[in-house]
Write a new protein. Structure first.
Length: 159
């Protein structure tokens, strides 16, 4: 068995960016009320399968709590990232999270869950306004790849 090679810039589940994400697809269609709407449903609908999704404005949840709101998102192949505005949590700083840190996306609640702790995110390399800078990407990618542990029972993937 070959060891898993973690690419911090690749989305683990690209379908999370194109709607139809299984965590948000109801197994039963909600009943309609007399006005033709869905009874008791006042939140946003999950995007349908194949619908491109803009994650800007979604909340970001670390493994141990909320860290901020997505300010910018890139879904480029093997170059994806999120820029998160941490608000008052880290004195209004922004942080760059590689797409590989995203564990799952809940489109109905508009929350992106990442598999890092708040402390790990706080200790990451300082934000650079040019996330495309190769040296900066190398520092950030190395930092997050170093803390990656595949989930128990995960099948290793080689890139």
């Amino acid at each position: 068995m070959q060891p898993s090679i973690f690419n911090p810039w690749a989305w683990r589940d690209p379908s999370a960016l194109a709607g139809g994400y299984t965590q948000t697809t109801p197994s039963v269609t909600p009943p309609e009320d007399q006005d033709g709407g869905h009874d008791g449903h006042d939140g946003p609908d999950a995007p349908g399968p194949g619908t491109p999704v803009d994650l800007v404005g979604y909340q970001v949840q670390a493994s141990d709590g909320r860290i901020g709101t997505i300010d910018e998102a890139s879904n480029e192949a093997d170059a994806g990232y999120l820029v998160v505005d941490t608000g008052p949590w880290i004195f209004g700083q922004k942080v760059l999270l590689p797409a590989g840190t995203v564990e799952r996306v809940d489109h109905q609640e508009r929350v992106v869950h990442v598999d890092r702790t708040k402390e790990q995110i706080k200790d990451a390399p300082p934000f650079d306004a040019d996330p495309a800078d190769p040296e900066y990407r190398e520092r950030v990618g190395s930092y997050y790849a170093g803390g990656h542990l595949p989930p128990p029972g995960a099948v290793p993937r080689v890139m």
